[in-house]
Design a protein around this ligand. Structure first.
Ligand code: HEC
Ligand code: HEC
Ligand code: HEC
Ligand code: HEC
Ligand code: HEC
Length: 447
């Protein structure tokens, strides 16, 4: 049997997505070297269903990905030499087959080409290693000679060879795509590095342990029954049930009874006991996690409580402010005359705490363009693995407050991107609608 054997070393070492070395390695393969996910699905029926529902199969096709690449990153790559490499860089992670075959830029989603396969079975199961000790920027090595890299020593398939891989079972495997450095050297995605610095890496709990749950199943028609098959759901922040309860929320008040002229101090504690990395992680430039604390009096009047300032550097970016504008780089890229930016915090009420890490472009403006990020270490106010954040709300009761029971309600919300950005880009609502991560209530008596 004639076999094709290719090596791809996507060297992205220290030069970031803008690397020309990467461009030189592109196009070493043909689409016909790789099978379609549906043909793997003929035998791997359930794994195929799981993958089809996951973000992996939508990494090129879902709306915000397409919009960000075609309306922002791609036009920007033609204007700004420093970011020229994002033309293929984005595609290397979001549609690796298009990158490996040199189909750059790929056709739009509506053309229904093979670029639409996204992070397919063939991508992950042909990755044989990485060029880096702590991988990032698609530094994977790919072979496409027919054998599939897999976790088991005793797997046998009538369709393909099987190679036992230690690498595919490691966090470093995931890191090849989940950590990213911008052309300016800023770490703009570092889920792996966050994990590595946290408690789970030391305890030997990998990405696969939390994102590919194990349960009894037969991995393929004609295969063996496995007690602990690795499922391919890859649930993350796009799945409300994975987000629900990811942060524990507890609420305290300094008094059970308070006079109408009194001052109430409410304390909220937020504990990340479930994620192996920061929450939010991944695309931190655009993720919104915020806590709203409301007081509702016995007549139904609602008051929003602003968070107490702590006084750390960059704190302003972590407190919602409806007059703050940001993301001006988008206007430049889209050539909108006189563009002043859009609301930085969407419609989060003024004074609410936002757990975020703001990114800044080379001109010092807050940005959602991760490839155009020069600095993002001013402040990182996300919630680390097993970390607890404590927020206080010192509130002098307003004159018009009614006597009787007062309900304090705290709600922790998550949204993929600020609502102002979703509206500006006319994205489908489900791409930015807020999800309730947790809520807590307590009652005090106003006398
Ligand atoms: C004709 C049926 C068939 C087709 C088509 C098929 N496979 Fe398999 N594959 C199997 C069987 C059977 C096994 C063994 C499962 C077991 O016993 O654990 C297997 C095992 C595997 C393994 C696991 C190896 C391990 O270490 O556990 C991987 C990975 C894999 N296949 C990937 C693929 C990919 C990717 C495709 C599509 C390009 C594909 N397969 C197409 C039947 C098939
Ligand atoms: C994002 C990368 C990724 C994609 C995409 C992917 N897999 Fe996997 N797959 C893995 C990893 C990682 C493992 C091993 C997990 C472990 O055991 O630690 C695995 C394991 C497997 C196994 C062995 C399961 C077991 O426990 O016996 C099979 C079979 C398999 N994959 C088939 C497929 C098929 C078919 C597709 C496409 C429908 C696919 N994979 C898509 C990463 C991927
Ligand atoms: C070849 C690149 C690649 C590899 C390897 C890879 N991923 Fe991903 N992964 C992606 C891309 C691209 C997305 C983003 C999909 C989107 O939202 O556009 C993604 C999305 C995800 C999500 C969904 C996040 C969300 O917001 O809902 C999870 C969870 C995830 N990956 C976990 C893993 C794990 C665990 C591994 C290792 C076993 C892994 N990935 C390996 C490229 C990769
Ligand atoms: C202890 C379990 C655990 C481990 C270990 C873990 N994760 Fe997660 N991960 C979660 C949970 C829970 C969520 C959902 C909360 C969220 O979105 O932040 C999540 C979310 C994510 C997201 C979506 C982040 C966002 O905010 O959009 C990505 C991407 C991801 N994980 C990738 C990884 C990768 C890559 C690794 C390994 C380096 C890893 N995870 C290790 C539990 C884990
Ligand atoms: C090193 C690999 C890598 C590169 C390079 C990369 N991405 Fe991503 N991208 C990912 C991963 C992994 C995720 C998922 C992280 C998460 O869920 O938070 C992601 C998430 C996204 C999202 C968020 C999807 C959502 O639903 O919120 C968009 C949009 C996106 N990428 C667009 C781009 C564009 C445009 C480029 C080029 C400028 C690019 N990416 C470059 C790996 C990469």
């Amino acid at each position: 049997m004639r076999r094709f054997f290719f090596w791809l070393i996507a060297v992205a070492v220290a030069v970031g997505v803008g690397s020309q070395a990467v461009a030189a390695e592109m196009g070493k393969f043909k689409y016909s070297d790789f099978e379609k996910p549906s043909s793997c699905g003929a035998c791997h029926k359930e794994i195929y269903q799981e993958w089809s529902q996951s973000m992996m199969s939508k990494s090129y096709t879902h709306s915000w990905d397409e919009v960000e690449y075609f309306r922002l990153a791609l036009p920007h790559s033609k204007k700004e030499p420093k970011v020229a490499g994002v033309k293929e860089g984005c595609i290397a992670c979001h549609s690796p087959l298009a990158f490996l075959t040199g189909d750059i830029p790929p056709k739009p989603v509506s053309a229904n080409t093979r670029a639409n396969e996204g992070v397919s079975c063939e991508v992950c199961h042909n990755i044989v290693g990485t060029t880096e000790k702590e991988p990032f920027n698609f530094s994977f090595k790919v072979e496409a000679e027919g054998d599939k890299q897999g976790p088991r020593k005793d797997a046998e398939s009538p369709d393909h060879g099987v190679v036992h891989s230690e690498f595919i079972q490691t966090a470093e495997f995931c890191a090849t795509c989940h950590d990213e450095q911008s052309p300016y050297g800023a770490w703009v995605k570092e889920t792996y590095r966050e994990w590595k610095a946290g408690p789970y890496a030391k305890e030997g709990v990998t990405c696969q342990d939390c994102h590919m749950y194990r349960a009894p199943a037969i991995p393929a028609v004609g295969g063996k029954m496995r007690r602990d098959m690795a499922h391919h759901n890859f649930h993350g922040s796009h799945v409300p049930s994975k987000l629900a309860g990811v942060i524990d929320l507890a609420l305290y008040a300094n008094k059970q009874r308070i006079s109408k002229k009194g001052k109430l101090v409410v304390r909220a504690e937020l504990f990340n006991g479930k994620a192996g990395h920061m929450v939010p992680s991944g695309s931190s430039e655009e993720r919104m996690l915020w806590l709203e604390v409301w007081a509702i009096d016995s007549q139904g009047h609602k008051f929003h409580l602003p968070v107490d300032k702590k006084g750390f550097k960059g704190e302003d970016y972590t407190i919602a402010n409806s007059s703050a504008l940001a993301y001006q780089a988008m206007g430049e890229i889209m050539e909108i005359k006189g563009f002043k930016g859009i609301k930085r915090d969407g419609n989060v009420p003024d004074g609410a705490r936002i757990f975020r890490r703001p990114f800044f472009d080379p001109k010092g403006r807050m940005t959602i363009c991760q490839w155009y990020t020069a600095e993002n270490n001013l402040v990182d106010y996300r919630i680390g693995p097993r970390e607890t954040k404590v927020e206080t709300y010192t509130w002098k009761l307003p004159k018009n407050i009614a006597k009787g029971p007062l309900t304090i309600k705290a709600t922790l919300y998550y949204s993929q991107i600020p609502s102002s950005l979703g509206e500006f880009m006319k994205l489908p609502k489900e791409e930015y609608k807020p999800i309730v991560v947790n809520e807590a209530t307590l009652k005090v008596e106003v006398r």
